[in-house]
Design a protein around this ligand. Structure first.
Ligand code: FE2
Length: 248
């Protein structure tokens, strides 16, 4: 991997949050729970804002009438819902949605205001660059059946190569990293799914060393925790991407 090594660190306090017209928020896995969207933290999100979900969106699961009704209710929300995939998605159903180019990267278009941010892409959102990479390994793998587990949850080498190429197009400099899995070292540190290693864990470790980024958000661990200086495990919290460690 020919990533350029860059040790430059941007601390939260250096970020200029002034003058942004619309807000971008990040939250963790929603697991198909509509109740999450009725909570105050999400209801306060305004028209024109974006809510990014760090995997396990869970509303593209069985294609049932009930699920479609929930997606309809979600479509009536005034903001954009942009999710990456996690380990609990129906990938066959997800892949049946059309692929589009959007803000510099590839998406699956679910509805006019719900999009799936595909793996290894770089998107321009509110003048900031977001690198996205979903998928991972299901911790409950042994309890899943052929009807509830999809091999596509595991990122492929091709997807990692796509990510490397797209990062290089941006000089390995992005503003925010959005992933479902954390880098391997953080899995160990948080004690989550420590025995499992995929290629992406090594790739993410390379990114930590070789890329410039302000913050890295990930959902897999189902906890809300700030890990200085740049990592945010997100779950129930809904954080503006501009969050400072002193706000937490
Ligand atoms: Fe999850």
């Amino acid at each position: 991997m020919a990533l350029t090594y860059d040790r430059k660190i941007c601390y939260n306090k250096l970020e200029n949050t002034q003058g942004e017209k619309n807000m971008v928020y990040v939250t963790g896995d929603t697991h198909g729970e509509w109740e999450r969207f009725q909570e105050k933290a999400i209801r306060r999100i305004k028209k024109g804002d974006t809510l990014i979900i760090c995997g396990d969106f869970g509303f593209i699961w069985d294609g049932s009438r009930k699920e479609k009704q929930i997606l309809k209710k979600m479509e009536a929300l005034p903001f954009l819902i942009a999710f990456i995939d996690g380990c609990h998605e129906n990938f066959d159903l997800l892949e049946s949605y059309p692929v589009e180019e959007w803000n510099g990267g590839k998406i699956h278009r679910i509805t006019k205001n719900i999009i799936h941010l595909m793996r290894g892409q770089v998107f321009q959102i509110e003048n900031k660059k977001f690198f996205t990479f979903g998928g991972g390994h299901s911790q409950d793998y042994e309890y899943r059946t052929t009807q509830t587990w999809w091999k596509q949850e595991r990122p492929t080498h091709q997807e990692v190569e796509t990510a490397v190429a797209n990062l290089q197009k941006h000089g390995n400099k992005i503003d925010y990293v959005i992933t479902h899995e954390p880098p391997g070292s953080l899995k160990d540190c948080l004690g989550v799914d420590v025995a499992q290693r995929l290629e992406i864990h090594a790739f993410f470790a390379d990114m930590v060393r070789a890329c410039y980024y302000r913050k890295w958000f990930f959902g897999k661990c189902h906890i809300d925790k700030y890990i200085p200086v740049k990592f945010f495990a997100v779950f129930a919290q809904v954080l503006p991407v501009t969050v400072r460690d002193t706000d937490l």
